[in-house]
Write a protein that binds this ligand. Structure first.
Ligand code: CUA
Length: 171
């Protein structure tokens, strides 16, 4: 059987296209630092502060210099974040542990790929590294009630010496 030259070109071109499509899917899944939200365990769905980790939400640092930020989301604020900003150091690994005290909220750091749902009873865990100092904003992006649109917080990325991290707490 004879295959016309043009036919061969189209065959090769379509195979290249298929490989390219698969390549873009693989890249999109693992390329630009995409990772699943970690399973940070469970807490009381109506009172995360009953759990040891969320008793006193805030910024903690371990002996190894790892930062852990425990945040409680409730209608319609992040604690910390909304009242006082969350202060974390530039260049260090920061793990956010976010729990809801009422309904499903969102926790998105605007302009980054840090973005998770905060489901009552379930702790969302996300590790981030902020390279540069500056201010980042946190938005709730799950409709959570009448003042959902006003539910926001602030993260100040500062130098390590300006971080007021509380006592060492192992993750
Ligand atoms: Cu919390 Cu919308």
């Amino acid at each position: 059987m004879e295959i016309h030259d043009f036919e061969k070109v189209w065959l090769v071109a379509s195979l290249v296209l298929i490989a390219a499509f698969v390549g873009t899917i693989v890249y999109g899944a693992v390329g630009p630092g995409v990772a699943m939200v970690g399973d940070g365990g469970t807490v009381d769905a109506t009172d995360p502060t009953a759990s040891e980790d969320f008793r006193d939400p805030g910024v903690y640092v371990t002996d190894d210099g790892e930062y852990h930020v425990y945040v409680v989301a409730r209608q319609f604020a992040f604690e910390p974040g909304s009242g006082e900003p969350i202060r974390v150091p530039a260049g260090a690994e920061v793990t956010f542990h976010v729990a809801s005290a009422d309904v499903t909220h969102g926790f998105q750091v605007v302009g980054t790929n840090v973005n998770t749902m905060v489901i009552p009873g379930q702790v969302a865990e996300l590790a981030v590294e902020f390279d540069e100092s500056g201010t980042e904003y946190v938005k709730c992006n799950e409709y959570c009630g009448a003042a959902h649109h006003a539910m926001e917080g602030k993260i100040e990325v500062v130098s390590e010496s300006d971080v007021d991290a509380e006592e060492v707490r192992e993750a």
